[in-house]
Design a protein around this ligand. Structure first.
Ligand SMILES: Cc1cc2nc3c(=O)[nH]c(=O)nc-3n(C[C@H](O)[C@H](O)[C@H](O)COP(=O)(O)OP(=O)(O)OC[C@H]3O[C@@H](n4cnc5c(N)ncnc54)[C@H](O)[C@@H]3O)c2cc1C
Length: 465
């Protein structure tokens, strides 16, 4: 049973605020709780907190930060919200989009000023749908480094973090008030802890094949590239309590994972002029629609694979990313002085690849229009020597989850907030609407970090004894 309704339940140990999950959402929520002057305990199922956050590129969208202003970048929360809405066709909860966009800049500046986390604005290219440079990352530009920074902040802020603590059950009253949780330890023993407020930061259900098959059948047989410990527990508990869940069909996919190496290849290559071809050497889509929705056309190609084709200029751009460097060192990147040489290196038909590259050149020069609708102008044409990497598609994380209000309070179908239950990140309904094409680059960490802070602040209000 996932939730036990027991109004009399007493606990030997109780904490003001309990957070389940130590990814970006949970750690930021915990920092917000501490900053508001309340005590907090984070329970994490793994021995070492990593989550999908550590697997990610660690790029967090935020608008109107001083880091942007220092670089002369013009942006605003309204502009970010408009970009997100354009991508999801207005399908997401507009109040949450607005609240998150408003809080995004202050949250990044708070993490920098209060906890000394260094942020830089990622430049050199714009992600699909972004009208301004606004991806913020720690200088290493990896999710692992982001996690290290957040964990360092938590330890200096006095956040209690208990690892190898797998929460299996919630104790609640019929009113929906959560009283505490049970968690198991690696030796099989079970412990319990009570709480005044509970933040669900245990992400989505990408690691649960049965739930993926039920809600996202189109990706049921695709590779899952996120954290396997994300089993959909927040949704399971929330539903048992009577919470609303929305957009369970939504997810972040990706159409550019080097195969067989299993390494993310930055989409910057496509945004700055690269193309994708299939085993016949032909393009099959508009690569600028978005890397998330690109998972479906890639999976539909022969063998479920494609080749990302670009040139030496873009290879240099790729080398600015840690995972690309890793792919390069493992020999995933093929090179050829001519289209024919590249075709030979990739076992692609040379005449078709040559024709595809020639067509792309005409699009870049404005001499012809791309039948898939991509605007190639404004970026340099691809020139020899060429590069290519064989890629497949993957499910990165799920975007459906618990409905929340602007304060990250979990709500039921009528919009009524649960008395002491909060959610953010992959545990909460995302900002992408119900479809894969609604995912705006960065929606994942935007929700994890910003809703995480909002959830922490709200929980702290209940958590001060
Ligand atoms: C390869 C890759 C690249 C990505 N790049 C980006 C990017 O650059 N920008 C972006 O915005 N998004 C990106 N994403 C998405 C992003 O990583 C996620 O949206 C984000 O990390 C979610 O944060 P979270 O804190 O909600 O979940 P997580 O970071 O997954 O943390 C959840 C934690 O909860 C723990 N947990 C789960 N269940 C329990 C339980 N029952 N008891 C105790 N603990 C539990 C898990 O072990 C985990 O540590 C990427 C994803 C992938 C896979």
């Amino acid at each position: 049973m996932s939730v036990v309704f027991d109004p009399e339940r007493r606990f030997d140990l109780s904490v003001p605020v309990l957070v389940i999950g130590a990814g970006a959402c949970g750690l930021v929520a915990a920092l917000a709780v501490r900053d508001a002057g309340a005590e907090v305990l984070v329970l994490e199922r793994d021995a070492t907190p990593r989550g999908s956050t550590a697997l990610s590129s660690g790029f967090i969208p935020a608008a109107y930060t001083r880091f942007q202003r220092e670089k002369g970048i013009v942006d605003s929360p309204e502009q970010l919200a408009a970009d997100i809405r354009r991508k999801n066709h207005g399908e997401a909860d507009a109040r949450i989009v607005d609240a998150v966009c408003r809080a995004s800049g202050p949250t990044i500046e708070w993490l920098a000023d209060r906890y000394g986390i260094a942020f830089v604005v990622v430049d050199g290219f714009l992600y699909p749908g972004h009208s301004a440079l606004r991806m913020h990352a720690v200088p290493e530009k990896t999710g692992t480094a982001l996690m290290t920074a957040l964990q360092g902040a938590c330890s200096s802020a006095g956040v209690d973090l208990l690892t190898s603590a797998h929460v299996t059950m919630l104790y609640a009253e019929r009113s929906g008030r959560v009283r505490g949780v049970a968690f198991t330890r690696p030796d099989g023993s079970q412990d319990e802890v009570g709480c005044n407020a509970l933040v669900l930061a245990c992400s989505g259900f990408g690691g649960n094949p049965e739930m993926v098959r039920r809600h996202i059948p189109e990706m049921a047989d695709a590779r899952y590239f996120g954290h396997v410990g994300n089993q959909g527990d927040a949704v399971t508990w929330g539903v048992a309590l009577g919470a609303a869940v929305n957009d369970m069909t939504a997810y972040q996919g990706h159409g550019s994972v080097a195969t067989p190496h299993g390494i993310l290849i930055t989409w910057a290559l496509m945004m700055e002029g690269g193309i994708q071809v299939n085993a016949t050497g032909k393009r099959f889509s508009n690569e600028h629609a978005g890397y998330s929705e690109q998972c479906l056309p890639v999976l539909a190609q022969p063998g479920g694979v494609a080749w990302s084709v670009y040139d030496a200029r873009l290879h240099q751009l790729g080398l600015r990313f840690e995972d690309y460097r890793q792919a390069d060192s493992l020999g995933a990147i093929k090179q050829g002085d001519t289209a024919a040489a590249l075709a030979a290196a990739c076992n692609l038909p040379a005449p078709a690849l040559r024709a595809t590259l020639a067509a792309a050149e005409r699009y870049a020069l404005g001499e012809a229009r791309d039948p898939f609708g991509r605007d190639f102008t404004g970026k340099p044409k691809l020139v020899p020597p060429f590069c290519a990497v064989k890629v497949t598609a993957a499910l990165f994380h799920t975007q459906g989850g618990l409905a929340v209000d602007e304060r990250a309070r979990v709500v039921d179908d009528t919009g009524r907030a649960f008395p002491n239950l909060f959610a953010g990140g992959g545990a909460a309904r995302g900002l992408s609407g119900a479809h894969v094409w609604g995912y705006f680059s960065g929606n994942g960490l935007l929700s994890a970090v910003t809703l995480g802070r909002l959830a922490g602040l709200s929980a702290a209000d209940l958590g001060r004894f």
